[in-house]
Each structure stands twice: as structure tokens, then as C-alpha cells.
Design a protein around this ligand. Structure first.
Ligand code: F6R
Length: 601
């Protein structure tokens, strides 16, 4: 949710900022902008929409190479519409700022500054930062004091980079709530900033992942931190360039590579007839009588899936909460609860805050996450990485399959420790786990089928995705994928619940996507689909078994385990939503109004 970059050094500043923004574009693409400083002259370029529009502007303007300092931003709009005026960097009279996050008390600050004669030109919360800074500077002539006083006045979540003509060799920076990394460049006197690792790889070796409340002032002379508790880390240098490798979209590539990355997720964790985690031992559940999982979006669907597995396999009570709801419900927290958060990015503000609350209440925590060194992995007691590799498509695909497999393994690991599972049953589960990569292989026939179906499933008044048991969260996930990239209305529903209301919507214009696994409650779901068919809903069943009442059919392979059916159906749902989106001419990788990493609440 917004990405920021900054650079001080003798290389081509524009190029470094633009390359960095390219890596961060997935975090928001409503507008982009950069500010370049050359002695006491600041040049600013902004463009609405994606980065390529800014690239064009910069190329048209023939921007030179002789700037030694700059800041950049890619925006996901929170306050103020996506317009060029609301694009960052924001100007006061002589300073510019880029910001990721939300200033919650911006209104009262703005009203006061307006009374003091400041003129605002945007509708953003961010603009108050730069005016506040200048207000304090005008009174004291002291930039450091002005910046620190500015920060002290701000409430909310923010990471900030600020530059000013009154101290033209410096970048002022601060982190509170939203991520920010500061790095020493490979060359002397070089300093870089970024919201994530990716833009820094290849340019820097030593970085500080700033903690909340950390900030400072960087210049060619060095980095002055406001506090002493600084830990330098070494940046991993193997840049996994996320390229499309011949696929049309990152989403397509990421669907296709699931069978590969899932092997990494299991590597070292699946041993002969045992499950093993290096990250923790089973003692973590000693004295624990409940697992509570908190997450958002697709990760929430993985959490719901896991809740069935924890209860069924480990015989541990498991509850699941949407992180944004959990935060404000004044939850009762018991130290006998193991708190698990699931997140692809590790930066989702709501999930991060829920984790902070659990930690404060003294709960043991496990972070299931894809991005190492993210805010959540640094906060949790234990991190279990999902190892999906960089996920660029805004619609999450391989993050979900890897999360689910890791959680399934955790359920089995706890089951063994608690003697809740026989060795025979464990062996058969491990056997099924080993088959997951195969279940995730995209077969041409299935892809072609979803392509053909996409012609038909475009019109109508909506979609119901239905399933039972773990196929209910899978139905939720199928519906979410379709909504995100096709902008069609879709709902995921427990199949048995349709008769309690939603079936009233059934008619030929209602599309039902029915998940009908052979190995789990087949007869039950069949009856539910029959009820919908009797009311003329158009039905597409996804199943290994023929079902005569279906209008359309996506055939999956016969297997012995419902989770293998789960993963194969997941691929079918991902492909179907992608093909519908393609047919509608939408931007598959960067759907409207969304961002990859949601760092605001
Ligand atoms: C869906 C999607 C979002 C994320 C959600 C949580 O395709 O991408 O719903 O799943 O924003 O993000 P993470 O997992 O990064 O916490």
C-alpha cells in the first residue's frame, strides 16, 4: 500500500528511483512521482496511473543525470482521489515529502495550519507533514528540531521521507507503523531508502529494518539516527527477479509455478514418515488448549481451511478471526492460546496490529509468512516461511497454496505430538502431501476448458461459489479471485446454507460454481446442488465425478484424498477467474482499486 524510495549518491538518481518504484509498483499504482534535488533546485515529476506514464513524462522532459538526491512514491489512494494533484511528493513552500500510511489526525493539523496561513493544494492527509515541518522550521531555523516536532504531532501509521531546500544535502526519514528500510550503498557516501528489500538488492549490502519510532537524517556525510538502538543486517543478494517467463501475466506464471514452489514449502519439513519444523518444536503447544488464527483476504481463507485441519487432525480447538475485526472487538485472550497469523506480505496493517495485541497479552505466536524480514516475521516468536518466492500478481495465488500446505503440515506435526493421530493415518496424510505438487500442475485440458467457459460466464446477475468443509473456504477464495480481477459480483457460501436464504436468488442468470469433491461429503453437496438446479440456476460443477444436472463441467482427477482434490480445484478456480478477466479486457496483474500490500487499516 504505497511504496517509497529515496537515494543519495553520485549514480543516476532518476534511474535508481524509477527502478526502485518498478519493484514497488505492486503496492499501489494510482499515481507515481519523484522529486529530484540539485543544490537548492528541486524538480518534481508526477503522473496519474501506472509508472509507465511517469517514465514517459521523464523521457519527454529530458531529465538530466546531475541530481545527487531524490525521493519517489507509488500511490494507493487513501485520502483524496487518484489525481495528479494528490500524487506524491507533496510540496510545502520549500520542502517535499513522500509518505506511506495514514495520518489519522490530519484534519485537526490542517485546520490549525490553515489558520496560520498555510495553503493546501491537495486533498491528501500527507500534505500536512510538509507544512507542519515548514511551520516549525520557520519558527526555529532548526531542521532537526522541526522534523522531530513534526513527527511528535502525527498520529497514525506512516513512513516518511522528506527533503528540503533549507538543508539540500539531506533526507529526513521516520518510520511508525509502515515499513521502511535504510541502506548504506555499495559506493562511498551512498544512502538508499525503500519500503521493501527488492529495490535495494544489488545496490546495498548493509541495511537497517527500521523499527517503529526510529528515524534520522541521512546525507553524504553519513546517517544520523535519532536513537542508539540500531541493528545493521546484511541484505540477501540473490535477487529473484520476478519475470513473466513467457506467460501473459504474473498471475498466470504464478498459477503455473505452484507445483514447483510447493516443493520448496515442503523441503526439509517432510521426512519419511515424519513432519519436522526447524523453526520450532512441538513444545510450543504444551499447555495450549486453543489455536487462534488471524489474517485478512486470501490469507484468511487459508486460515479457515487450516481451522478444519487443526481440529480434525490435531484435535486442538481452533478459531479464526478477520484481523480488522479482531482488533476492535476487545477480544478475550488467554495464555493457553497459541496465536497464529498468516500473511503473504508480512506487512498487512490489521494483521500486524492483531499480532502486536497478542504479544502484549503474553500469547505465544507463530507467523506463517512469505516475506522474510517483513514486519510480522520480526515481531512473532516463531516464523514459518511459506517459500512461495516473490508474488507479483495482485491477486494472490501461490501464496494461498503454500500457506495451506504449511498449515496442513503443522496440523499433522501437532497431531503427532499430541498422539491424536495413528502412525498409519499419519503415513497416509504424508503420502497425500507428497502428491500435492502433482495436483497443482496445470493441465492444458483444464486451462483450455476454463478459457471456453469464460465466454459463457460473463453475463448474468452474479456468481455463487459453493462448497462444504474445507471446500467452503476454497469457495470463498474462488469468489474473491473472481471479484478482484473481473469486477463481477461473486459470493462464496457454505453449500448447506444456501437454503437458508440465498437460494431465493436462484434463476438461470445466477451462476453456481459447485465444488464437488469425491472424497468429502459428496452426497451432501450433491443434494445442495440439486436444490439449486431445481430452481434453474446455471451450474458449473468442478468434480472428478460426472454430475448429470450440471450445465458445465470442469473435470478433476480421481484421487484418494480430499486435500488433493482441494488443490486441483484451486487451480481450476484461479484459471477460471483469470480467463474471465482476460475476456473482459481487464488488467489481470494490477486490478483497479487494489494494492498488493495493505499497510493501512
Ligand atoms: C487477494 C489478496 C488479498 C490479500 C490480503 C492479505 O488476492 O491478495 O486479499 O490476501 O490483503 O494480505 P497478506 O497475506 O499479505 O497479509
Amino acid at each position: 500500500m504505497c511504496g517509497i524510495v529515496g537515494y543519495i549518491g553520485s549514480k543516476n538518481t532518476t534511474e535508481i528511483l524509477m527502478d526502485g518504484l518498478k519493484e514497488l509498483e505492486y503496492r499501489g499504482y494510482d499515481s507515481t512521482g519523484i522529486a529530484l534535488l540539485d543544490n537548492d533546485k528541486i524538480e518534481v515529476y508526477k503522473a496519474l496511473g501506472k509508472l509507465k506514464n511517469l517514465e514517459q513524462k521523464i523521457s519527454d522532459a529530458n531529465v538530466g543525470e546531475n541530481h545527487f538526491l531524490g525521493i519517489g512514491h507509488t500511490r494507493w489512494a487513501t485520502h483524496g482521489k487518484p489525481t495528479e494533484l494528490n500524487a506524491h511528493p507533496h510540496l510545502g513552500e520549500y520542502s517535499y515529502v513522500v509518505h506511506n500510511g495514514i495520518i489519522e489526525n490530519y484534519k485537526e493539523i490542517k485546520d490549525k495550519l490553515i489558520q496560520d496561513g498555510h495553503k493546501f493544494i491537495s486533498q491528501t492527509d500527507t500534505e500536512v507533514i510538509v507544512h507542519l515541518f515548514e511551520n516549525y522550521y520557520n519558527n526555529s531555523n532548526d531542521t532537526k528540531e522541526a522534523f522531530q516536532k513534526t513527527i511528535a504531532d502525527l498520529k497514525g501509521a506512516y513512513s516518511i521521507l522528506l527533503i528540503s531546500k533549507v538543508q539540500p544535502d539531506s533526507i529526513f526519514f521516520f518510520k511508525h507503523g509502515s515499513p521502511l528500510i535504510v541502506a548504506k550503498g555499495k559506493e562511498e557516501k551512498e544512502v538508499l531508502f525503500s519500503s521493501t528489500d527488492a529495490p535495494l538488492i544489488g545496490l546495498a549490502d548493509d541495511v537497517v529494518y527500521l523499527e517503529d519510532g526510529m528515524g534520522g537524517i541521512a546525507s553524504p556525510a553519513g546517517i544520523e539516527f535519532f536513537s542508539d538502538e540500531i541493528t545493521w543486517s546484511t541484505l540477501p543478494q540473490s535477487k529473484q527477479y520476478a519475470q513473466k517467463d513467457g506467460f501473459r501475466f504474473f498471475m498466470e506464471k504464478e498459477i503455473y509455478e505452484q507445483h514447483d514452489v510447493i516443493t520448496d514449502s515442503m523441503l526439509g519439513r517432510l521426512q519419511d514418515d515424519q513432519i519436522h519444523f526447524d523453526e520450532f518444536d512441538a513444545k510450543i503447544i504444551e499447555g495450549i488448549d486453543e489455536i487462534k488464527i488471524c489474517a485478512c483476504g486470501t490469507s484468511y481463507h487459508a486460515a479457515l481451511t487450516a481451522s478444519y485441519l487443526f481440529e480434525r487432525l490435531s484435535k486442538i480447538r481452533c478459531s479464526v478471526e478477520i484481523a480488522s475485526e479482531f482488533r476492535y472487538k476487545e477480544p478475550l485472550m488467554s495464555k493457553k492460546t497459541l496465536f497464529v497469523v498468516i500473511s503473504q506480505s508480512g506487512e498487512t496493517a490489521d494483521t500486524l496490529e492483531a499480532l502486536k495485541m497478542a504479544k502484549k497479552a503474553g500469547l505465544k505466536s507463530i507467523v506463517v509468512c512469505n516475506v522474510d524480514n517483513s514486519s510480522m516475521t520480526r515481531l512473532g516468536d516463531v516464523t514459518v516461511l511459506t517459500r512461495a518466492g516473490i508474488e507479483k500478481g495482485v491477486a494472490s495465488t501461490k501464496a494461498f497454496s503454500t500457506q495451506t500446505v504449511v498449515l496442513w503440515m503443522m496440523a499433522l506435526y501437532f497431531a503427532k505430538f499430541k498422539n491424536a493421530i495413528s502412525q498409519d493415518k499419519l503415513n497416509s496424510e504424508i503420502f497425500a502431501l507428497r502428491e500435492v505438487p502433482k495436483a497443482l500442475i496445470v493441465c492444458d485440458k483444464m486451462h483450455e476448458k476454463t478459457r471456453r467457459l469464460s465466454k459463457r460466464y460473463l453475463h448474468g446477475h452474479g456468481f455463487f461459489f459453493i462448497g462444504r468443509d474445507v471446500f467452503f473456504p476454497l469457495a470463498l477464495e474462488g469468489a474473491l479471485k473472481l471479484k478482484e480481477i473481473s469486477y463481477l459480483h461473486a459470493e462464496g457460501y457454505p453449500a448447506g446454507e444456501m437454503k437458508h436464504g440465498p437460494i431465493a436468488l436462484a434463476d438461470p442468470e445466477l451462476f453456481t460454481i459447485a465444488l464437488m469433491p469425491q472424497n468429502l461429503h459428496y452426497d451432501k453437496i450433491k443434494s445442495n446442488v440439486e436444490e439449486l438446479s431445481a430452481r434453474d440456476s446455471t451450474i458449473c460443477s468442478i468434480s472428478p465425478l460426472d454430475f448429470e444436472l450440471s450445465d458445465d463441467f470442469i473435470k478433476t482427477n480421481k484421487t484418494d484424498h480430499y486435500m488433493l482434490e482441494f488443490f486441483e480445484m484451486l487451480v481450476a478456480l484461479q484459471l477460471l477467474s483469470m480467463e474471465i478477466s482476460v475476456r473482459l479486457g481487464n488488467d489481470v496483474d494490477m486490478p483497479r482499486n487494489l494494492a498488493k500490500s495493505v499497510t493501512v487499516e
